[in-house]
Design a protein around this ligand. Structure first.
Ligand code: CP3
Length: 352
């Protein structure tokens, strides 16, 4: 097999080939938050179900939201439509989404609250997510792969302790340093729950799984090892044992220099690069055993035109001949003009 050409006319999925170490060109592409409010068809669908968690747990609506960007852009992968906060909700933790305010959660501060997280009922509450996976898998073109996902234990724990989004997650870190036994017990539960949650998605038909560690960057190097690399490696080992064919991508956002230790030690097949990582540095410094994914600035897609072209070229250039999946450095933002996403897809596929 020629490792540098795109295989067509086979049953092969370019996205999975890239995760298996093939430098597919043009690079396979998908975008974090490729479904969502920037799409008028998403806003229309979302208007039919005002409660966001209810929307995520409705397989018909969630499958349709997953497929909307596939019809428009034909990316190489679909990502399950759900949210990282579905898992704490399934564990019985209070989670709601307020319009214009983002997520609001019950604040976790005690060992008793950790003990009350109910692993036995989580599978049942999260079951609609698996049904969404089955429906999407049945509706996808044959060369498009399906990604399931969860938040990483640290990022989910940070939201559960903090009670909402935050720039520095200071309350979460106070518990982490001040009451390590409580925080460690929470992390342990979340590792277990995440393994079960992701395994169920794999069983339902997800071919790759992604762990969103959006707030990994608030940690010191020592805490990054303890609460990001070690738990990710536990999840990766368990998934490999149960589903050896399923690929795992980690996204430790703003990990800085700890990205090297993560790529070496977290046990993932792919590493997502955030916007600030110089892609040429990543291509050089990160172990060749991992596939890289990223990392165009989402705001360059808002801008479009020359800025989009230049920023996209810089990422494509830096890839060299490493296995790489083109993506953004963080999610598509709501003010993105949908036609700029089409421009981007054409640029990456070289059809302009
Ligand atoms: O297309 C996709 O990427 C799949 C769906 C997806 C959503 N959230 C849908 C969503 C995925 C993969 C996520 C992950 C997620 N959720 C993360 C990790 C990635 C990142 O952005 O860092 C985080 C931190 C969350 C938590 C979350 N969910 C927040 C902070 C918010 C509010 C901010 C916002 O963008 O509104 C959400 C809500 C959310 N999740 C929306 C969508 C489409 C918007 C809700 C709506 O439709 O009204």
């Amino acid at each position: 097999m020629d490792g540098t050409t795109r295989m067509t006319g086979t049953r092969t999925k370019p996205f999975l080939d890239a995760l298996n170490g093939v430098a597919v060109r043009p690079a396979p592409l998908w975008l974090m938050r490729q479904a969502g409010r920037y799409l008028p068809e998403y806003r229309a669908l979302r208007a039919t179900a005002p409660d966001f968690l209810g929307f995520c747990l409705n397989p018909e609506l969630a499958a349709e939201a997953t497929l909307q960007p596939i019809r428009r852009y034909r990316p190489d992968a679909a990502i399950l439509f759900a949210d990282i906060l579905v898992l704490p909700y399934a564990l019985g933790h209070g989670v709601r989404f307020e319009a214009g305010e983002g997520p609001v959660l019950e604040k976790l501060t005690t060992a008793a609250q950790v003990a009350s997280l109910d692993l036995s009922r989580a599978a049942e509450v999260a079951a609609p997510v698996n049904e969404t996976v089955r429906r999407v898998r049945a509706g996808l073109p044959e060369d498009v792969a399906l990604i399931g996902f969860a938040g990483s234990p640290f990022t989910v724990a940070a939201y559960m302790v903090e009670g909402r989004g935050s720039r520095d997650f200071a309350a979460a870190k106070r518990l982490m340093y001040g009451e390590p036994a409580v925080f460690d017990a929470l992390m342990d539960r979340l590792v277990e729950a995440t393994i079960a949650y992701l395994s169920a998605q794999a069983e339902a038909g997800a071919e790759a799984l992604m762990l969103f560690d959006s707030w990994a960057g608030v940690l010191s190097p020592m805490m990054f090892d303890r609460h990001v690399i070690v738990p990710t490696a536990r999840i990766a080992a368990a998934l490999k044992a149960k589903h050896p064919e399923v690929r795992l991508i980690g996204f430790p956002r703003q990990a800085g220099g700890s990205l090297i230790a993560y790529a070496e030690g977290a046990g993932v097949h792919g590493v997502g690069l955030d916007t600030a990582v110089p892609p040429a540095w990543a291509a050089m410094a990160l172990p060749h055993s991992v596939t890289l994914q990223g990392n165009l600035d989402p705001l360059a897609v808002v801008a479009g035109g020359e800025a989009l072209r230049e920023e996209t070229e810089a990422v494509l250039e830096a890839m060299g001949n490493r296995p790489w999946i083109f993506n953004l450095g963080h999610g598509v933002v709501p003010e993105t003009p949908p036609e700029h996403v089409a421009e981007l897809v054409a640029l990456v596929r070289g059809r302009r």
